[in-house]
Design a protein around this ligand. Structure first.
Ligand code: 13P
Ligand code: SF4
Length: 357
């Protein structure tokens, strides 16, 4: 039962003490968040993985790419554990190393590899944190960098200082929304299309490009739409609409603000007057905020279809299982990025960590 699971987790944690640390993403279910030593957005969790020196194990309650990142950044003698190995991210799966390499080679054919007179290379690759370690390694090896939704604009500025243009993967929406807010015109943000020959108007569009977008998207955030925002504004005049930048451009444009999960949390925490908030992000997080801040009215723009099903796969039963494994001295579901991938991936991640938002 839930009560038994809760008791097993509490008991295992008490036995382990600071030998194990539990990190949890904001999208985790309440029954998991209740046991986390640190809860945050993906940038904060990447930082946290570097700042738990006493932990022999980091139990990562989030999705696969986050656990990989923790493993890359943590000390090699610290085991990173993903309680359920089936907790992936469908967006991260939308870009793989072979297709990105194919795109990169086509762009090299088109733009060459020589820097211009201001020493900017033709293209800088930027990967969203929501990507495999192999893609982070690709960025590390090709002068590129990682970004999260909380630092995407600062990272793009970093990239534009070093490159004439950016190849941004996997999330088209974060790339488009961020570059648009920085003043890049939409016609200078073509989407890479591997099925088209590099000729005719496509080649011209790519030639003029400032940001080349990959076709990935988040299946949770793409469900938000402008009708939901319009409806919220009719029902609650004065409502503050805040959405995650993984939402489509029209939704971000129609909202009052867009920002990472931590941005959303802080915006609500900072509101001094009772306020109505309509939020466009994962529903578990929104419901938790609604319970935490009863002085405000807080609701998800789409309460029916917006849980992240893979985040939800971290059931307390898995958490109890891996913690009890650690008590017995057994490491279950370890995520280990091979050194030849981890080293270049760390280069790209450290570039990001050095560029403060
Ligand atoms: P944050 O970086 O805002 O936590 O977002 C992570 C994520 O997966 C959003 O879908
Ligand atoms: Fe991936 Fe979307 Fe889930 Fe975030 S909400 S982990 S981007 S599927």
């Amino acid at each position: 039962s839930d009560i038994e699971l809760e008791a097993r987790i509490v008991a295992a944690k008490a036995t382990l003490g600071d030998r194990a640390v539990i990190l949890g993403h904001f999208y985790q279910r309440d029954e998991v968040v209740a046991h986390a030593d640190f809860v945050g957005d993906s940038f904060q969790l990447a930082n946290a993985a570097q700042t738990v020196p006493n932990a022999e194990a980091i139990v990562f309650c989030g999705v696969h790419f986050m656990a990989e990142t923790a493993d890359i950044l943590a000390r090699s003698d610290q085991a990173v554990i993903l309680p359920n190995l089936a907790a992936g991210c469908s967006m991260a799966d939308m870009a793989d190393i072979d297709s990105v390499t194919e795109c990169w080679e086509a762009l090299e054919d088109l733009y060459g590899t020589e820097p211009d007179e201001t020493d900017r290379v033709p293209v800088i690759p930027v990967t969203y944190m929501n990507s495999s370690a192999a893609l982070k390694a690709f960025c590390g090896e090709h002068g590129g960098i990682v970004c999260t939704s909380s630092n995407a604009a600062t990272v793009l500025e970093w990239a534009f200082e070093r490159g004439q243009r950016v190849l941004f993967f996997p999330d088209q929406h974060l790339g488009r929304n961020t570059a648009k807010a920085m003043g890049v015109p939409l016609e200078q943000m073509p989407m890479w299309n591997p099925r088209k020959e590099l000729g005719g108007s496509d080649a011209q569009q790519l030639h003029d490009a400032r940001v080349i977008l990959w076709h990935g998207f988040c299946s949770v955030h793409k469900r938000f739409n402008v009708d939901q925002i319009d409806k919220a504004r009719v029902e609650f005049p004065g409502v503050r609409v805040i959405v995650h930048p993984e939402c489509p451009m029209a939704v971000v444009d129609a909202a009052d603000e867009a920002g990472s999960t931590d941005y959303i949390r802080k915006a609500i925490a900072a509101a001094t007057e009772p306020t109505v908030f309509a939020i466009g992000t994962e529903v578990n997080m929104v419901n938790r905020l609604a319970a935490e801040y009863p002085q405000h009215t807080i609701f998800c723009l789409d309460p029916v279809v917006c849980p992240c099903s893979t985040m939800y796969r971290i059931h307390p039963g898995y958490l109890a299982w891996v913690l009890e494994g650690l008590v017995r001295g057994e490491v279950i579901n370890r995520i280990e990025v091979p050194a030849d991938v981890a080293e270049p991936a760390r280069v790209a991640l450290e570039r990001m960590l050095a560029v403060r938002p």
